[in-house]
Design a protein around this ligand. Structure first.
Ligand code: SAH
Ligand code: SF4
Ligand code: F3S
Length: 473
């Protein structure tokens, strides 16, 4: 088979990261090898996001850059996939005339066929078909590259919640869960390839399997936890309205389940939450967080916020700040509200000005920064278990005869905090550490986005990834 090159640009959430991996796997079967060089590519795919206007602009600005490349190399196939493709369909052809393929969020299984057709006939294709069938992405035999510690696995697609600001239900279709056997099979293969941690993906994992009668999300977590070589399990996202006692208890009882939950609240004002169609109140959210902390005191909680939702007053915003002060999140993401096509809020009046949104966003982020630092600072002196993800080589002394002097390892705590640590030369026996290993690290310094520490002896640490070369100075 002739080797051809694929350049894949992924914009957006973890689901797009997972989808891009699926795209690469399917195209590898057609002889496409991934490249980091645009110039070398025979096929360029941009997997797009449209959650906010800025993400959509990013996709179009990348597509704009392809014009020059296409002129130089007319045989190049240019394709756009993902959420912008789903939203815009063939309208993209008008804007980007040299584009060959527009494929939607549910067309990944058909992609090899679409690309082969274009290779043969040099035609232009749009495939944005959507179905509610649950058999998506299951026929693939997964051949995974080794050397990866942590992977995403999509367990459901789409969303039925229709939050007033959100484009996801329109671009990802109706909520559909994959069968547990298919998920377990995929994770077994990942574990066999050396993966130690999986993050299960869905827009609202709490409703996993409900429509299809496939059992509950917590049951699925238990089944996955039986896969022995796997050390850790994570998931995202849980919707506060459906976050239930069964899942809360799992944080205490399921040892592989990491002690972190991302529970997007969006606003601390009941008036805004209602207009957003979130279907919970601030009180319900606070109550669930209290139960969670009662059950699992070490749990780390992160969240998403939207500032400047249409009609958000200063008083509403103050309530949001109050909620942040009360809960003391471990971290959060905050976004300026952005009008999206099809989302009902685009037609709401009383829009908040960009200047106001900017101001509110900064106040919110400053408040959280203080809290995050305080939380990280509180960990100094404690000893935490880190799943080692990777390393980089650093010059840390003035000896320029040495290309690098130390290995900086990086990993995460169960609570999803990034921890970096050094092992100096071979004197410190750095063969003991490898990606995929659990290492106990004593935390010495805290920063806004990471912690710094020193590994301490750990009895019975489990092995690293097979074939991983460990650096010794
Ligand atoms: N399913 C997840 C969210 C997925 S989108 C949930 O329900 O929480 C990720 C985040 O993007 C959302 O939590 C929200 O904070 C933000 N977001 C979504 N639409 C937005 C919009 N129109 N403007 C600004 N932020 C938005
Ligand atoms: Fe969007 Fe709401 Fe669905 Fe999350 S739950 S994806 S915010 S519609
Ligand atoms: Fe973006 Fe689509 Fe994900 S809109 S956030 S890539 S579901």
């Amino acid at each position: 088979m002739v080797n051809k090159y694929l350049y894949l640009n992924t914009i957006g959430c973890q689901m797009n990261v997972y989808d891009s991996e699926q795209i690469a796997l399917r195209l590898a079967a057609l002889g496409y090898q991934q490249t980091a060089s645009l110039e070398k590519a025979d096929l360029v795919i941009v997997n797009t996001c449209t959650i906010r206007a800025k993400a959509e602009q990013k996709a179009f600005s990348f597509l704009g850059r392809l014009a020059r490349l296409k002129k130089k190399k007319p045989g190049l196939i240019a394709a756009v996939g993902g959420c912008v493709a789903q939203q815009e369909g063939d309208k993209i052809f008008k804007r980007i005339p040299y584009l060959d393929l527009v494929f939607g969020t549910q067309a990944i299984d058909r992609l090899p066929h679409l690309i082969q057709t274009i290779e043969k006939k040099r035609c232009r294709i749009v495939d944005i078909q959507q179905t509610d069938k649950p058999d998506f992405q299951e026929a693939q035999d997964h051949i995974f590259p080794t050397g990866q510690v942590s992977r995403f696995v999509t367990i459901m697609r789409g969303c039925d919640n229709f939050c007033a600001y959100c484009v996801v239900p329109y671009v990802r279709g109706r909520e559909t869960s994959r069968h547990p056997d298919v998920i377990l099979n995929e994770i077994n293969q990942l574990a066999e390839a050396g993966v130690k941690e999986v993050t299960l993906l869905g827009q609202n994992v709490n409703s996993y399997g409900k429509k299809e009668g496939l059992g509950s999300f917590t049951e699925l977590l238990w089944q996955i936890a039986q896969i022995e070589p796997l050390l850790r399990l994570r998931f995202t996202t849980s919707h506060p309205k459906d976050f239930d006692g069964e899942l809360i208890n799992a944080f205490r009882t399921n040892e592989k389940l990491c002690k972190h939950i991302h529970l997007p609240v969006q606003s601390g004002s009941n008036r805004v939450l209602e207009r957003m169609n979130r279907k919970y109140t601030k009180e319900l959210y606070l109550d669930k967080v209290a139960k969670l902390r009662d059950t699992c005191p070490e749990i780390a909680i992160t969240s998403d916020f939207i500032v400047g939702f249409p009609g958000e007053s200063e008083a509403d915003f103050e309530e949001t700040l109050d909620l942040i002060r009360t809960i003391e999140f471990d971290g959060l993401f905050a976004f300026k509200y952005s009008d999206r096509p099809n989302a009902p809020a685009a037609k709401f009046d009383a829009k908040v000005s960009d200047r106001q949104m900017k101001k509110r966003l900064q106040i919110l982020l400053d408040l959280q920064e203080t809290c995050t630092k305080k939380k990280n600072q509180a960990l100094v002196g404690s000893c935490l278990s880190i799943l080692v993800e990777g390393f980089s080589k650093r010059q840390i002394s003035g000896d320029l005869n040495q290309p690098y002097q130390a290995v900086q390892w990086t990993g995460r705590t169960s609570t999803n905090k990034i921890v970096n640590f050094y092992r100096h030369g071979d004197s410190d026996n750095c063969e003991e550490i490898a990606p995929g290993q659990l290492v106990d690290v004593k935390i010495e310094k805290a920063y806004s986005h990471s912690l710094w520490g020193k590994p301490v002896e750990r009895k019975g640490a489990t092995g690293g990834l097979k074939g991983e070369k460990i650096y010794a100075a």
